[in-house]
Design a protein around this ligand. Structure first.
Ligand code: MN
Length: 205
């Protein structure tokens, strides 16, 4: 189990075929303002790859973009809406097809309102992850070991939770409805980027 840090792109051929877990770290929550600093990606085999982008990066990253845009690879996220917006804005790719563990959790774990990654990993996998580095400086010239470990842990458990949540969605007969939500997520991210982040376009108001 190794965490690899790469600069500006993923090396070719480091990921096994199949679904990949994806997460991003940025300078903040306002996507056009707060640059994309890191993309974390894992094939579920136990290693995590971190791709770091320098200030002023051209975000060329052809290998990473090819994986993200590959229609044959499902991309697993926790709160895909944010990551999809950052990936589209900075890398210019629609990183789909999508499975979002947060939406799957909301559509199956209706007995709780705790849908954060930490809570989900604890309940589904019985593991503890730290969110301590969440709001750290991802644009720093050197990422600390704690930051790298935190970034890697955000993609480490998504495959295992995906397996469980697929089963839960099927059990509750919500697979189709969830899939329709996942398919809409790239558009939801585009609405965020286009200025409808705070407006619910489906509400009456
Ligand atoms: Mn993260």
């Amino acid at each position: 189990m190794t965490v690899y840090l790469h600069e500006e792109d993923l090396p070719a051929g480091v990921l096994a075929p199949g679904p990949v877990a994806v997460d991003t770290e940025t300078m903040g929550l306002i996507t056009p303002r707060d640059r994309l600093c890191l993309v974390q990606i894992s094939d579920g085999g136990g290693d995590e790859h971190l791709v770091r982008f320098a200030p002023g990066s051209a975000y060329a990253a052809p290998n990473l973009k090819a994986v993200l845009a590959d229609p044959a690879r499902v991309k697993l996220y926790h709160f895909a809406r944010f990551d999809l917006a950052a990936l589209e804005h900075y890398l210019g790719v629609v990183a789909a097809p999508v499975f979002c563990t947060k939406i799957a959790s909301k559509m199956t774990r209706t007995y709780t309102d705790r849908h954060g990654l930490k809570d989900l990993v604890r309940e589904l996998l019985g593991k503890e992850i730290s969110k301590q580095q969440q709001s750290s400086d991802w644009g720093a010239p050197v990422l600390s070991d704690a930051q790298q470990e935190y970034a890697a842990s955000d993609v480490r458990h998504l495959h295992a939770m995906y397996e469980i949540l697929v089963g839960r969605l099927a059990r509750e007969h919500r697979t189709e409805m969830a899939q329709a939500c996942f398919d809409f997520l790239p558009t939801r991210a585009r609405l965020d980027l286009a200025g409808w982040a705070e407006k619910d376009i489906f509400s009456h108001e």
